[in-house]
Design a protein around this ligand. Structure first.
Ligand SMILES: Nc1ncnc2c1ncn2[C@@H]1O[C@H](COP(=O)(O)OP(=O)(O)O)[C@@H](O)[C@H]1O
Ligand SMILES: O=C(O)C1=C[C@@H](OP(=O)(O)O)[C@@H](O)[C@H](O)C1
Length: 181
C-alpha cells in the first residue's frame, strides 16, 4: 500500500469518458486498495441499468441513489472510488468526497466525444448534439470539478497506465499541501 495515503480513500471525479473507471482500477491495484465504481453499485442495488433508471425514475431519483451509495462507500477505507460524472452537482456529496483525496481527471471534450461516440450506456448523451451536450455539461461543472485536491490534465496520447502513474507521482505534493493548510 502507498504508505503516504495511510488508507485514505481516493475519489476520482470528472466528465463521463474521462477514464475514472479505467484509471481507477489501475490505481487501486498500484495502491493495494479495493476498487468501487458508484455506477456499478447503483446498477447492482437497483437491478436496472443506468439508462433504465433515468428513463423509468428520472435523473433526480438516480442522483439520490448516487448520494446514498457515496454515503455508504465513505464508511470504508483503502478504496479507490470511480464516481459518476454528475456527482459533483449535489452540494451534500462534497462533504463525503472530502473524506478522502479528490482527483479530477480533466480531459478535453473532443477526447471524451471520440471515446463515447459509439457508447449507448450514458443517457445524457442521447441528444441530437452529443458533442454540444458534453461541452455544456463541462461548462456547468468545471467550477465544481476544480474544487478537487488534484487536477490531472489528460491528453489523447496517454495510456491509462501513464495517467495512473502520474496520479501516484502527484499524491505526495497534494498531501503536503493538505497538511500545510
Ligand atoms: N487513457 C485512455 N486511453 C484510451 N482509452 C481510454 C483511456 N481511458 C479510458 N479509455 C476508454 O474510454 C472509455 C471511457 O472510459 P471510462 O473509464 O469508462 O470513463 P468514465 O468512468 O470516466 O466514464 C472506455 O471505453 C475506456 O476504455
Ligand atoms: O455525467 C453524468 O451526469 C453521468 C455520468 C455517468 O457516469 P460516468 O462518468 O462514469 O460515465 C453516469 O453516472 C450517468 O450516466 C450520469
Amino acid at each position: 500500500m502507498n504508505s503516504l495515503l495511510q488508507g485514505v480513500n481516493l475519489y476520482l471525479i470528472g466528465m463521463m469518458g474521462s477514464g475514472k473507471s479505467t484509471v481507477g482500477r489501475l490505481l487501486a491495484k498500484h495502491l493495494g486498495y479495493g476498487f468501487v465504481d458508484t455506477d456499478d453499485v447503483i446498477v447492482q442495488a437497483a437491478g436496472k441499468s443506468i439508462n433504465q433508471l433515468f428513463a423509468e425514475s428520472g435523473e433526480a431519483a438516480f442522483r439520490q441513489l448516487e448520494s446514498d451509495v457515496l454515503a455508504q462507500v465513505c464508511a470504508f477505507t483503502k478504496l479507490t472510488i470511480a464516481t459518476g460524472g454528475g456527482i459533483v452537482t449535489r452540494q451534500e456529496n462534497w462533504s463525503y468526497l472530502h473524506h478522502g483525496l479528490i482527483v479530477w481527471l480533466d480531459a478535453p471534450v473532443e477526447l471524451l466525444y471520440s471515446r463515447l461516440q459509439e457508447d449507448t450506456t450514458r443517457p445524457l448523451l442521447k441528444d441530437v448534439d452529443p458533442l454540444g451536450k458534453l461541452r455544456s455539461l463541462l461548462e456547468q461543472r468545471q467550477p465544481l470539478y476544480s474544487q478537487a485536491d488534484l487536477q490531472i490534465t489528460i491528453s489523447a496520447e496517454e495510456t491509462p497506465e501513464d495517467i495512473a502513474n502520474r496520479v501516484i507521482a502527484a499524491i505526495p505534493s497534494v498531501l503536503k499541501k493538505t497538511v500545510s493548510h
